[in-house]
Design a protein around this ligand. Structure first.
Ligand code: NAD
Length: 708
């Protein structure tokens, strides 16, 4: 039988029911209300049959079991009662699996996430293929909700308190071996034997299955004071990461997990459903789900370009500095051979050291084996010579930010690389068309702008120059996805999108400093808004010399509106303040750790007496400066839609995800209020705040960035 949900089933001669998930027209399986309904009916129909000896769930999709519940179905709930009912519906279906008089099993051949993992938890046994495609986890807290189909109750009952706290609060996934070690899967087998072994184990389970967990762990769970102590510690750790008012989900998950040890299953399930109901309609969960959907959509959209990407089998990186080294590490991490060239031997050594450091941290956290680390390191081939470039599919240029140098490097490379290889520049500010101006094959030149630190920041701006070919742009877009990044296609213009908007933010922070507002007050105000760090701490990370250079390029291109940051940054750089890299910027640094802000900075900024302004005023000036520039970027066609601004700001600068991005935040304020405040700021502080035409149009036409 087959239906719209793509779920087939049949009964084999031994009386085993095989349920195969194969969602139509999609590469992954998702649970939908329809699929759940159908599964429930199937379970009802086999419950009373005495010719049925067992039930096995499997997937027909390569590398995917079930990727989770369809997010659209969750996001569509707007009231708590209905959302809780939705959770109860799924819980009831999975309870039917657990209540079957015969054993059930899952054959996990790939991603098994969220609702998929909850289905697996309701089965008697779980068997996973020994494949890198297998990822098992409950990522719901990352979407602002908690697992709602029994995950918060069955995972703790199976694994115990501590592993469940870790998995549910972090939302991280486990590979097959780690899932086996924790007891989340019962067996890991070569993929070719997956079905056979799952059947064998399931039939064996009919005679009863013994699972043992360490005595000490069980003692903690059944002793209320010990249990409360462990949960209290987890709450403190969660508080250190996020505020409950901004990200309530991990804190609500703690309540549900505690219930798994203190009340019967049906009561725990009821609490779980109620909490899901309360979380689904919150602004945080709506924003997090929207971001998730948007970044998935951007992976399918190369800026409207239909050309197919070329597969990158070999890569080269030019410049082994902060960025080039980071990019080479990322490429090697994905198992792609990469030639790393610099003109200085020390730069190559430093890049290899830094790459090793990142992988060593993974080894310490048991995410990588020492052998795996050696293999990855082996993918980087450092060189000072211009050899070994003829067979690369892409060259990533990350040399110094200087147009002439970049043009020279491009000319030299065009002699060495194949005619179809792509030359991608990581420039932060220089238009790609300028870099390609004297190129022999300008159609192969594209921008691929990573953010620092490369292994952490998920955004890549993909920049099509005036003459870049659709295929070259599509190749860079596809390569960014292969490297695990979120690509946003941006028009070729100075500073592209993110750095242009950030410059307004930095400029406003510097103006506040010049007016006498202490560095720490400004930084604290933005941390309170939800930024991972304040503007001064961020400028120190980036480097004040880099910032000064970017400011000069943007001021040259956009004039007064962009600001007047250059003289102050120049004064700081001349005074030997380069930021974190030399231990001295707006703050002092010792062994890479921030110590305190330096009073000398206020003097260099020409600040008078210390000025205290309300937190809201500080936030308003810095955020509205960015909102206004983002609107101008949209007018200029730098990106096509507000979604692109929001995804780029969240994934490129850490703009608070719970706010859904800069323009979703702007919508929550409302265009009329924004224009009013911007006009007042323009009167008080200067024309740079004069509201963008687009914002005024929005007020007139009663529109927002996003339809309601
Ligand atoms: P960096 O100074 O750390 O590294 C540049 C490296 O390029 C140096 O090791 C230098 O020896 C090497 N180099 C110079 N000329 C070369 C040549 N002809 N061939 C090979 N190597 C050469 O600089 P960075 O911060 O890594 O920046 C590199 C590029 O990335 C710049 O265009 C910059 O604007 C851009 N970028 C920087 C950041 C950041 O935060 N630092 C972020 C995004 C993009």
């Amino acid at each position: 039988m087959s239906d719209a949900s793509g779920m087939n089933h049949w009964i084999d001669p031994n009386g085993v029911v095989h349920v195969v998930f194969d969602r139509r027209g999609d590469k992954v399986n998702l649970l939908t209300p329809g699929a759940l309904q159908e599964l429930g009916e199937l379970l009802d129909s086999i419950r009373g049959r005495d010719d049925v000896r067992g039930l096995i769930f499997k997937s027909a999709k390569p590398g995917n079991f079930i990727a989770g519940m369809d997010i659209e179905a969750i996001a569509s709930f707007t009231d708590a009662f209905k959302a809780a009912e939705g959770a109860r519906f799924g819980q009831d279906v999975f309870q039917k699996i657990e209540d079957l008089p015969v054993p059930s099993a899952c054959a996990l051949n790939g991603a098994c996430l969220g609702g998929g993992a909850e289905l697996a938890l309701a089965c008697t046994v779980r068997v996973a293929a020994d494949s890198t495609a297998v990822k098992i986890g409950l990522p719901e807290t990352q979407l602002g909700i908690i697992p709602g189909f029994g995950g918060t109750q069955r995972l703790p009952r199976l694994l115990g308190l501590m592993p469940s706290l870790d998995l549910i609060l972090s939302g991280r996934t486990l590979d097959a071996k780690r899932a086996h070690r924790l007891g989340l899967v019962d067996l890991v087998v070569p993929e070719a034997y997956l079905e056979r072994e799952t059947l064998r184990l399931m039939l064996k389970a009919a005679g009863g299955l013994k699972r043992r967990r360490p005595l000490m762990a069980r003692l903690v769970e059944i002793t209320p004071p010990l249990r409360r102590f462990v949960i209290g510690r987890a709450r403190k750790a969660a508080e250190a990461k996020a505020r409950p008012e901004n990200y309530p989900a991990p804190f609500r998950a703690l309540e549900a997990i505690e219930a798994a040890f203190s009340v019967p299953l049906h009561q725990g399930l009821d609490l779980e459903a109620r909490i899901v109901g309360e979380l689904v309609p919150t602004r945080t969960s709506k924003n997090l789900m929207w971001l998730f959907k948007s970044q998935s959509a951007l992976k399918k959209d190369a800026g409207g370009i239909a050309a197919l990407p070329r597969k990158v089998r070999r890569a080269a990186v030019l410049g082994a500095g902060i960025m080039g080294g980071g990019i080479a590490q990322l490429i090697a991490d994905k198992g792609i051979p990469v030639r790393l060239k610099d003109v200085r031997g020390e730069a190559l050594l430093a890049a290899l050291r830094q790459a090793s450091k990142i992988w060593r941290e993974q080894v310490v956290r048991k995410r990588l084996t020492p052998r795996g680390m050696r293999q990855k390191l082996g993918f980087i081939a450092p060189t000072l010579e211009e050899t070994g470039f003829s067979r690369v599919d892409i060259v990533l240029e990350a040399v110094v930010e200087n147009l002439e140098v970049k043009q020279k490097v491009l000319a030299a490379m065009e002699e060495l690389i194949g005619a179809r290889a792509v030359f991608a520049s990581n420039t932060s500010t220089i238009p790609i068309s300028d870099i390609a101006a004297r190129a022999v094959r300008p159609e192969r030149v594209v921008g691929m702008h990573f953010f620092n630190p490369v292994h952490r920041m998920p955004l890549v701006e993909v920049i099509a120059g005036q003459r870049s070919s659709p295929e070259a742009v599509s190749t860079v877009h596809g390569f960014a996805i292969e490297l695990g990044k979120v690509p946003v296609v941006v028009r070729d213009s100075p500073g592209f999108l993110v750095n242009r908007i950030l410059m307004l933010y930095f400029n406003e922070a510097l103006r506040l400093l010049a007016e006498g507002v202490p560095v720490t007050a400004t930084d604290r105000a933005m941390e309170e808004f939800g930024m991972p760090m304040g503007p001064f701490a961020l400028m120190d990370e980036i480097g004040l010399d880099t910032g000064q250079h970017a400011a000069a390029v943007l001021e040259g291109a956009f004039g007064k509106r962009i600001g007047s940051a250059t003289p102050l940054l120049q004064a700081l750089v001349s005074a030997g303040r380069l930021g974190k890299k030399n231990g001295k910027g707006f703050y002092g640094y010792k062994n890479g750790k921030r110590t305190r802000s330096d009073e000398a900075v206020s003097k260099l900024a020409g600040a008078g007496a210390p000025l205290q302004l309300p937190v809201e005023t500080l936030q308003e000036r810095m955020i509205l400066a960015m909102v206004n520039e983002a609107a101008i970027c949209l007018e200029d066609g730098v990106v096509r839609e507000p979604r692109d601004v929001d995804v780029a700001m969240v994934y490129g600068t850490g703009f608070p995800p719970f706010r859904g991005g800069l323009l979703r935040y702007a919508d929550s304020v409302g265009p009329a209020v924004l224009v009013d405040r911007l006009s007042r700021l323009a009167d008080a502080h200067g024309e740079r705040f004069r509201p963008a035409g687009m914002l005024r149009d929005m007020v007139r036409e009663e529109r927002r960035f996003y339809p309601a």
